[in-house]
Structures are given as C-alpha cells and as structure tokens.
Design a protein around this ligand. Structure first.
Ligand code: ADP
Ligand code: MG
Length: 776
C-alpha cells in the first residue's frame, strides 16, 4: 500500500441519533463538506433580538453519517493498516466529546462481531496479510497504554507472569534509532488474530471507567493501542528489514467542564483531559505552521507519546466524532474546528528501513566466498595460476626473479601482471636487487677509500697502521670507519714506511677497481690525489705540513688532497656539473648569460642617458649665455599667441626640448632594464644556491662524506665567476649569518623540491621577464 503524502486524513463521523439537528447541521452531497449554523444567544436573557446566527463550513476528506463499521474501516483506516505492513508508521485517532462515538469507532462493541471497531478489524487485516505475504517473515508485538490524569498505565500488565510495574516507573523516552517509546510498557508478541484480540479485550477490561453525566460508561482516559510490526524478506538475503508502529488512539472526551457538571474526582479528570487535549491542539497547530521549528510535544504525556505518530513521516488519520443533536452543537463546532486545524498538518511518510549488522556480515562473507570461487574459475579458464589461496611455488618465485633480473638489465620490456600475489613477489625481488646493489656499492667504496667494516678486525688493524690519522668516524650507523680529514694533521716521521705500504695497497686497490662508470671516475680522482700523496712524504714533517698548506692555499676550493680522502670538491663539482647537475648548470649558465646581456645593456643605456644629460646641460648653458649677451631688449614677438623667436635662440630651445624628450624616453628604458637586471640577478642567485645544495647532497651520497658545512670558498668562487663582488655575501661579514641561515633553509627546501623549470629567454622587443625557476 502506497503512503499518502500530503495532509493528514481527517474524517467526520456523526453518531446516529433520532434527534438530528437538521436545521443546524448540513451534510453536503459531496460527502466531504459539513455546514454548521449556530445562533449564539446573548448573555442578557431578555435581549433575544441580539442573538446572532453564524454559519461555518468545514471541508474534510470525508463526512460519514450512518455508515457501518465495516465501511468506515475500509474507507478510513485500511490503507493505514496496510501501510504499516509495508514499513510506514501509522496513527488513527478518534477525537470528540464524550458520548460522540470514539470508543465505538475505535474498539466497537466487544459483543457483536459486526459492530467491532477499528482495532479488531486492523488485527484481523494484519494477520490475514501475514498469511498472504509469505515472502516476508513478520513479527507482531502489541502494547496497550492508558494515560489517566497524566499518569501512564500499562493496560496489559495484569497478564499472568508479568511484574506489576509502579506507574511512576513508566516514562516516555526517546532514543536515536529507536524513536519514541514508553519505558516500562510491556510488549507482547502475538502470532494470530486471536491472541491479539485476547490482549485487546484484556486491556479493555482494565480501562478505567468513570461515571459521567452524559455517558455513564465513557472513558475518562486516553488509550493508545499499538501494533509493533517487523518485516524481513524471506527471499532476499538482504540485511535490511523494516519496522513500523500502528497507533490506534481513543482520546478522552473533549467536552467543556461547565457543561458536564463534574465534581470532585470527575472534575480533576476533566481538568487533566482538557489540559492534555489543549496541548494536543497546540502541538497540532505548531505542526500546521510549516516554518515553525519547535513543536511542543513534551508538554503532556499524550503529545510526547505520540510525537513520532502525528503528521511528520507517518500516515495519520483523525476521526472527529460528533453528536448530531442540537444540545451538543457547541461541542460539535469545537470538534470540527479542531478537525479543520488538523487538516493543515502535512505528512511525508517514509519507510522505516534498518540494516541488521549480523546479517550484513553474513551477507558479505557469502559474497566474498562467491567472488573467490568466481576468481578461481576465471583463473582456471585463463590458464593462470590460482593466486587466491596458495602461496607461490619455488618455481614461480624463480621465474619472477629471472623476469625482474632481465627487466633490470633491459632485456625485458615489461613484466606482465598476472595476480596480486605475483605483483607482491615482483616488488620483493626489486627490493632484493636494490639491497644487493647497495651492498656492492659499499664494498666498492670500502675498497677504494680503504674504508673497513668494523668486524674485519685484521684488515682494520692493517689500514689503521697504514693511515697516519688516528681518529675515525662512523658514517652509517656505526658500520664503517671513515678516515677523518687531515687538513692540519701532522704526519709522524716514523710512519714513512707504513705510508709506503699504504701506497702499495692503494695501488693494488686501483688495479682491482671494476669497470663501472662511478668507480672508474672515483678511481681517476683517487689517482689524482695519489700523485700528491706520493710527492709529499719525501719531506720532513714540518716542511710537509707547510707544503701541504701552500698547496691548499693555491687551490681555489681550499680542500686538502690526500689519497684516502674523497676527491676535492672543486673536481667533484666539475664532474657534477657535467653529469648529474648538468641540467641545473646549463640553466644557471643560461640565466647568467641573460643577466650579463641585461647588464651590458644597462651599462650602454646608462652611458647614453649620461651623454644626453651632458648635452642638455651644454644646450641650457648656451641658451643662458645668449640671453645674457642679448640683454633685456624685448626681441620676442608674439604672433597668434605663439612666441616667435630669433635665431639662434629658437634652434637652441628646440634642441633643448628634443634632448629633454630623448632623456625622458631613455631614462624610462633604463629604469625597466634595471628592474630586469635585478630580477635576473635574483634568478641566478636561486639557481646557484640550488646547484650547490644539490651538489652537496650528491657529494655526500657519492663519497659517503659526513654532514659538514659547504665550503665557503667554493661559493665564493662561484660568485666571483659571476662577477658578484660587492654583494652582501660573502664580502660583507655582517650579512653572512643571514645568508647562511637562508642557504640552509633553501637547502632543506630544495632537498624536498620536485623539479626545476628552465628559464625562458626574453624574445627581443618583448619585455617579458623569465619565469622563476621552481626552487620552493
Ligand atoms: P465515546 O467513547 O466518544 O465517549 P462511545 O463510543 O462510548 O462514546 O459511544 C457512546 C454510545 O453511543 C455507545 O453506547 C455506543 O454504542 C453508541 N454509538 C456511538 N457511535 C455509534 C454508531 N456510529 N452507531 C451506533 N452506536 C453508536
Ligand atoms: Mg469512549
């Protein structure tokens, strides 16, 4: 059954009576309109003329007069009941004065089957549907709540086996995911119509019946009979299920206090009833105002308990029960007004769908199993090894290893992907190859620079003996001992023989060096160092040191040359510029070329501007001299407002004007070129810092040199090369800290930098600055 989106379904049911006030109540043939005419008497009894006749017209979803219980159920309630079976919450409420037929409508006669009301019919419908809808498994629970004088009463707590709760233990509560519920209210599972009816009648018996002036058996309380329905699909292995609540509400009478003549206990009851109905009306009014955010549901137990069942996301029906007699015309009017307001409440029903976590897990497990099976079948069909469960065999591992090897050697263009397991094995092989390469490299470096692994004690002793230095430094987690720089070390004379031995060993190393480009290069620079090493030992220690110092001072990089040390930075830097740093170096060169070009242009322009300035000064002086010679004789003739000048005044002034214009124009160009020079200078600075920092990283990595300061002299040489003397660094000592800090920051940033965009040259005529290389 589809949910009715829109307004609350409001119906009027007129209790049959022999004294129907035909002149006051008019039911129009459309079956939806009822007109009420009411002559309101003046408060002054004698003033009969002043009594006014007023008319009201109410248009509702249905006005039902003299309809059977069956017809009424079918027309008004059936869709709400069926909706509940589909997962929509539903509420049917009977409202009206005492004796108007609310209980008759809701429960009906407990004696006559034909006159049974909405609740027994709904129960029958539900269990009939449960029988029909075999594809769903339904669970139905019942509860029967009474609200009497703002106290919650469980009408089914009298059943055997149930503890009798104290009324104060019951409380209307709200929980996320569960909605509104009454704590302490018993829920009874029912499996058949009969079981359900037994409970209904049990509850009916427990209802508090008070004597009343209008109807001695009228209920003085609000009663909420609720069916809690849960439905799960039997056919779909779905973790989703739906729940719903069907509230069938028999409200207490809405009559006025004065008219009922209630006293004592009855008066108290009437006060509570009227108050809760008034709160119900306020809640309805608030619900009717669409823009209103707050609805006062918590003002009474009734509105709080019905919070999720009035309008909102559930199917709602209000039955306005009225008496057709003239004596009750005011109550009838009041009931119809309430019905009219209820009609304004909007509803937008939604199915209460939930997901069962346990069922969801089961469902996913099944799905995983199915997918595994499918994958296995597909692997078999494609003649691929089943990678889903079994680990790779030794043969498969060996195959992958050889593939990776061929790939690394360049004999295989690509490795075909077969399975996730195979991809993992390929990665493992890459890792292994990398580790082996690293080991090989370490071994080579050890061999080349006499570095020794700590556990090779015999060799270590030998090398230590060979080296004149006595301090070693750990480079990589204490694995290697690296000879320290010997810049100022004195070599004892007694070590001459050992030095010779050392030389022999190094020569041997040289012979052993393999043909890899790195090691060859390293060997070359090592051999260059060795030449120096061979010449030095012939001298006395003091002289030796002195000679070394002299040698060092002659070198631009001020780096000591020693057979056991890494190659001098200058040489390495040259290598770096040709190899790994070639791109960066060419960008630097390019930037420098642009800078030089701009600078020479700047010089040219400066000369030009100065020349023009001199010309201006000369011309101005000549004019001045002419004027002085001429004296104040009034030679100027004015023709048509323009000064007419005599030669040579006119020509000189013209020349001055031209020169000034030229000066302005050249000056503007000069200013622009100056800005360009500054910008190019900035780019060159950036490139240089970047080149040096990359070289430092490369140098350390390649020669396993511990962290040390960049050789300042090298920076200096670079700057000299660029003709940057006079710049704050390094010539101005006070700026050194700043530049050092800046340099370190750049270094850190550069080590993380991703790439470098080459500079673009300015095309002639275009004053477009080259883009800044990506250094940050
Ligand atoms: P309420 O619950 O509104 O106080 P009841 O349902 O108790 O009123 O009705 C009062 C009396 O009127 C009852 O005896 C009931 O049988 C009778 N009655 C009410 N409506 C009808 C109806 N539509 N047809 C026949 N009898 C009715
Ligand atoms: Mg009643």
């Amino acid at each position: 059954m589809k949910a009715h989106s829109g307004e609350v379904g409001v119906f009027v049911r007129i209790r049959p009576t022999a004294n129907f006030a035909q002149d006051l109540i008019q039911c129009l043939p459309d079956g939806q309109t009822v007109n009420v005419h009411h002559r309101k008497n003046s408060r002054k009894p004698l003033d009969t003329k002043k009594s006014q006749l007023s008319s009201w017209s109410f248009q509702l979803e249905g006005v039902l007069r003299d309809v059977s219980q069956e017809e009424f159920y079918t027309r008004v309630c059936r869709w709400v009941v069926l909706g509940a079976l589909d997962g929509y919450n539903g509420t049917v409420m009977c409202f009206g004065q005492t004796g108007a037929g609310k209980t008759y409508t809701m429960t009906g006669s407990t004696e006559s089957y034909k006159q049974r009301g909405i609740i027994p019919r709904a129960l029958q419908e539900v269990f009939q549907e449960v029988e029909i809808r075999t594809e769903h498994a339904f669970t139905v629970y019942l509860s029967y709540l009474e609200i009497y004088n703002e106290t919650l009463v469980d009408l089914l707590s009298s059943l055997p086996g149930l503890p009798r709760p104290s009324p104060h233990a019951m409380l209307v509560m709200e929980e996320p995911g569960r909605g509104v519920f009454v704590r302490g209210l018993s829920l009874h599972p029912v499996h058949s119509e009969e079981e359900a009816l037994n409970l209904l009648f049990e509850g009916e018996m427990n209802r508090i019946i008070g004597s009343h002036a209008l109807n001695r058996n009228s209920s003085r309380s609000h009663c909420i009979f609720t069916l809690h329905i849960e439905s799960r699909s039997r056919t779909l292995t779905d973790a989703k299920y739906v729940t719903s609540k069907l509230n069938l509400v028999d409200l207490a009478g809405s009559e006025r206090l004065g008219k009922t003549g209630s006293e004592g206990q009855m008066f108290k009851e009437a006060v509570y009833i009227n108050r809760s109905l008034s709160f119900l009306e306020q809640a309805i009014l608030a619900l009717g105002e669409r823009r209103r955010e707050h609805v006062p549901f918590r003002q009474s137990k009734l509105t709080h308990a019905l919070k999720d069942s009035l309008g909102g996301n559930c199917n709602t029906v209000l039955v306005a029960n009225i008496c057709g007699e003239a004596a009750q015309i005011e109550e009838t009017l009041s009931t119809l007004r309430f019905a009219g307001r209820m009609k304004c409440v909007r509803t937008d029903p939604v199915v209460n769908e939930h997901t069962d976590p346990a069922a969801q897990i089961k469902k996913l497990e099944k799905e995983v199993q199915k997918l595994k099976e499918e994958l296995s079948i597909s692997n078999t069909l494609a003649n691929r090894p089943d990678s889903t469960s079994k680990p790779l065999s030794e043969a498969q591992q060996a195959e992958i290893q050889s593939q990776v090897q061929s790939y690394l050697e360049g004999n295989l263009e690509e490795i075909n992907i077969i399975s996730v397991r195979q991809i993992q094995a390929v990665f493992a092989q890459f890792k292994l190859a990398l580790q082996e390469q690293e080991q090989r490299l370490k071994a080579e470096l050890c061999q080349m620079y006499n570095l020794v692994e700590k556990d090779q004690h015999a060799d270590t002793a030998d090398v230590k003996e060979c080296n004149t230095r006595d301090v070693s430094e750990d480079v990589e987690a204490g694995c290697f001992e690296v000879p320290q720089s010997t810049k100022n070390a004195h070599r004892p004379s007694s070590t001459k023989a050992k030095t010779k031995k050392c030389r022999e060993k190094q020569n041997q190393n040289k012979r052993q060096g393999d043909g890899s480009p790195v090691s060859r290069k390293r060997l070359e620079s090592a051999s260059r160092s060795k030449l120096n090493c061979v010449q030095a030992p012939e001298k006395e220690p003091e002289a030796d040191t002195e000679s070394q110092d002299t040698q060092e001072s002659q070198l631009p990089g001020n780096v000591p040359l020693h057979p056991d040390s890494p190659p001098p930075k200058e040489e390495a830097f040259e290598d770096f510029k040709l190899g790994q740093g070639s791109k960066l170096n060419s960008i630097l060169k390019e930037n420098k070329a642009v800078l030089l070009e701009r600078r020479s242009l700047l010089r040219q322009l400066t000369e030009e501007v100065n020349t023009v300035k001199k010309d201006i000064d000369c011309t101005a002086t000549s004019i001045q001299q002419h004027r002085e010679l001429r004296g104040d004789q009034g030679q100027y003739l004015v023709l048509e407002g323009e000064p007419l000048l005599q030669e040579p005044d006119a020509s000189l002034l013209m020349r001055l004007r031209e020169l000034k214009a030229l000066y302005r124009q050249r000056y503007e160009v000069l200013r622009d070129i100056k800005a360009e020079v500054n910008y190019c200078q900035h780019l060159v600075d950036q490139c240089r810092v970047r080149l040096l920092s990359e070289f430092e990283i490369w140098y350390k990595k390649s020669f396993m040199v511990p962290e040390e300061e960049l050789d300042v002299t090298m920076k200096k040489s670079l700057r000299q090369e660029e003709g940057m003397e006079g710049r704050p660094f390094p010539d101005n000592p006070s700026s050194e800290s700043f530049y050092n800090a800046r340099y370190r920051m750049m270094k850190r940033r550069n080590s993380r930098a991703l790439g470098f965009t080459p500079v673009q040259r300015n095309s002639p005529g275009q004053r477009r600055f080259p883009p800044i290389p990506l250094v940050s």
